[in-house]
Design a protein around this ligand. Structure first.
Ligand code: CA
Length: 365
């Protein structure tokens, strides 16, 4: 299909000369006399390229160019025709978004050469835009699909967890060994639910902000809940979760659910990486009107090349070994998202004496 060129030129001789040459070179040409006619055609037909004179009876070619740069639609290169030596006008036209100029009087070979170059550039840009668009659609479909799957995992998981809780609470299983197996299964279901919620929240945050519900939260109650959640793991690894909370931050005005899940994710990592018998420590202090919480372990620590990426979504891609990747999944990405949503920040550093320390600060209200 022939490229369509819009030619806007009020000089009848130049107009018909240029149109004839372009047509004889295989282009389809619409020739207009005024800016108004040119823009009308542009809006209705969207040509592949525009050649526009600067001085038109009803306005300037620069304004025509500027108008074509607003709105959506494929990119259309603009070449303008200008009198020799008029530098300020040329600069103004480039500023308005033009790609090139040809000085009058011009050699037709030069005009043709420039037209061909810019059509070629346009072709590659259109191709790129098309590919980007296709990729974006594909990405969205994949994202929607994975969100849907993760979302659908929630119901059966909740049911498993509920069933385990019923068996446990009604004392349907008496033998100690089975009881502890039941606890393990319950704990695993809890963590899977936590991960499912983290993934869903991160997915949601890419579309809109995480919902926040502020209430007065007892930090001590959170610590008790946390310790009981990890009790089976701690027992297995003969470690303890020790907490020291500054009385000044006994209660916080924050989102209880997000706050707890930040603590759970950080503690989960700490407990996972702690060697047998090495306690995990949680401290809470008040510093400059902010509540600062640290979760420290005596694990292998975070390698330097991971420190900048560990809170990224899919940070696992930066890990250099399976051992590194096992602690850098979606949980830390959720932590940063939740902390940021609550107006704070989070970082990881080496713990003096070995291990890592994750610290986050929230407003102390
Ligand atoms: Ca003119």
């Amino acid at each position: 299909m022939a490229y369509h060129i819009l030619l806007i030129e009020d000089d009848a001789n130049i107009r018909s000369f240029a149109a004839t040459i372009l047509q004889s070179n295989g282009f389809s040409v619409t020739a207009c006399e005024t800016a108004t006619q040119g823009l009308k055609f542009f809006n209705e037909k969207r040509p592949d390229l525009i050649i526009v004179d600067i001085g038109l009876p009803d306005g300037s070619g620069i304004d025509v160019c500027r108008v074509t740069r607003t709105g959506v639609g494929p990119f259309v290169p603009v070449i303008f025709l200008t009198a020799k030596g008029d530098l300020p006008t040329r600069l103004a036209a480039f500023e308005a978004g033009a790609q090139d100029y040809v000085q009058k009087p011009f050699a037709i070979e030069e005009l043709l050469a420039r037209v061909k170059v810019h059509l070629k550039v346009k072709q590659s840009q259109d191709e790129l835009a098309r590919r980007n668009y296709d990729l974006e659609i594909l990405h969205r479909v994949q994202q929607d699909l994975s969100d849907m799957i993760v979302h659908d995992l929630k119901a059966p998981l909740t049911s498993i967890k509920g069933t385990l809780d019923i068996i446990k609470s009604r004392g349907l299983i008496g033998e100690e060994t089975y009881k502890s197996l039941l606890s393990n299964a319950g704990e695993a279901a809890d963590f899977m639910l936590l991960m499912v919620n983290d993934i869903l929240d991160i997915g949601r945050s890419e579309q809109r902000a995480l919902p926040v519900e502020l209430s007065s939260v007892s930090v001590e109650t959170m610590m008790t809940k946390l310790k009981s959640l990890f009790a089976p793991t701690c027992q297995r690894k003969t470690i303890r979760i020790l907490s020291t909370i500054d009385p000044q931050i006994k209660t916080l005005t924050t989102d209880a659910n997000l706050f707890f899940r930040i603590l759970v994710n950080l503690t989960s990592n700490a407990v996972k990486f702690s060697p047998k018998g090495q306690d995990t420590e949680i401290t809470g202090s008040k510093i400059n009107q902010r509540a600062r919480f640290s979760v420290s372990d005596r694990g292998p620590g975070v390698p330097p090349h991971l420190k900048n990426h560990i809170f990224d979504k899919y940070a696992v891609g930066h890990a250099q070994s399976a051992a590194e990747s096992s602690g850098t999944g979606i949980g830390l990405a959720f932590c940063r998202l939740a902390v940021t949503t609550l107006g704070g920040n989070i970082l990881v550093e080496d713990r003096p004496g070995g291990g890592s320390r994750f610290t986050f600060e929230l407003e102390a209200k």
